[in-house]
Design a protein around this ligand. Structure first.
Ligand code: AKG
Ligand code: FE2
Length: 280
């Protein structure tokens, strides 16, 4: 199945996105700004800071991702908060589009994959021991945007995505879906994976993948010699302004009583098994 969707008429984009839950736009962003950003990131990526996550590849510790990358990299903010992107998202699906969270995912040669999961679908406990419902605490509508800073290919570990409708097979609403998710993670329980059909999303610099938070996805280990760097930003529909929303989210994350050490998605998603031979 070929999924390189390029629709120039935004009405058609809306229709496709609402039906399938995703959209791929070729050549949507200016390549020069992306190459510039990649350069800047590469020059500053050995920081020690709570927003920098590392992984072990062989005996080496290498950077896996930078959370909240827009905070200390104005060039990333310029891209993720650009009028072009925000207005497009408003047109597409999010009436009051706010940047909710953002990160930069590296995948250096040998870097690990991510288990099949549904972003934001997990339960967590706040600092007062109150049970909370994933990202649903912040909005009902989220769209994630994947912007490659290097070509994203089958070999270097591109994202595999499933149409939104497959998630309906797990349940019609958040609470039902979350029952099919492994505890304290957004990862889909193994026995439900056969309900999904995933397809690879290969992207070139300038292309953008948009997907609804209910689209399941995963990626494999980078088995090539080239790295696969992506910006991964999530926008939502909210009356609150972006700063208030984001600050709350990152603060909640920090103080949540998640039993998993480090509270990093890294621990939830990183899975060397998927690095080898994924059969789905
Ligand atoms: O970088 C990838 O391959 C996938 C990342 C992802 O799905 C996530 O961070 O939620
Ligand atoms: Fe994800």
């Amino acid at each position: 199945m070929k999924y390189n969707i390029v629709l120039n008429n935004s009405k058609k984009d809306n229709f496709f996105f609402k039906k399938k839950g995703f959209l791929i736009k070729k050549n949507f962003l200016d390549k020069r700004n992306l190459v510039k950003l990649k350069d800047i990131i590469e020059k500053k990526n050995n920081k020690k800071n709570i927003f920098y996550y590392y992984e072990k590849v062989g005996a080496k510790k290498i950077i896996r991702r930078i959370e909240r990358v827009t905070e200390d990299t104005p060039q990333a903010k310029k891209i993720l908060c650009s009028k072009k992107l925000i207005n497009y998202l408003k047109d597409l699906y999010l009436k009051k589009c706010r940047l909710f969270k953002d990160k930069l995912n590296f995948k250096h040669p040998g870097g690990g994959g991510y288990k099949p999961h549904i972003d934001g679908h997990f339960l967590w406990t706040d600092k007062n021991e109150k049970k909370k419902y994933g990202w649903k605490e912040y909005s009902n509508k989220f769209v994630s945007v994947v912007i490659p800073l290097e070509d994203s290919t089958l070999k270097n570990g591109c994202i595999f995505l499933a149409e939104k409708n497959f998630t309906n097979k797990l349940g019609k609403n958040f609470k039902d879906i979350v029952k099919k998710i492994e505890k304290n993670t957004p990862n889909i329980k193994k026995k439900y994976l056969k309900l999904f059909k995933f397809f690879p999303v290969e992207l070139e610099i300038g292309d953008v993948l948009f997907f609804d938070w209910r689209c399941a996805h995963f990626s494999k280990k980078n088995n090539s010699n080239s790295s696969r760097m992506i910006l991964y930003a999530t926008y939502c529909d909210s009356d609150k302004n972006s700063n208030i929303l984001r600050n709350k989210y990152y603060k909640d994350k920090k103080f949540s009583k998640n039993p998993i050490k480090n509270k990093s998605l890294l621990n939830w998603l990183f899975c060397p098994i998927y690095s080898k031979n994924m059969t789905i």
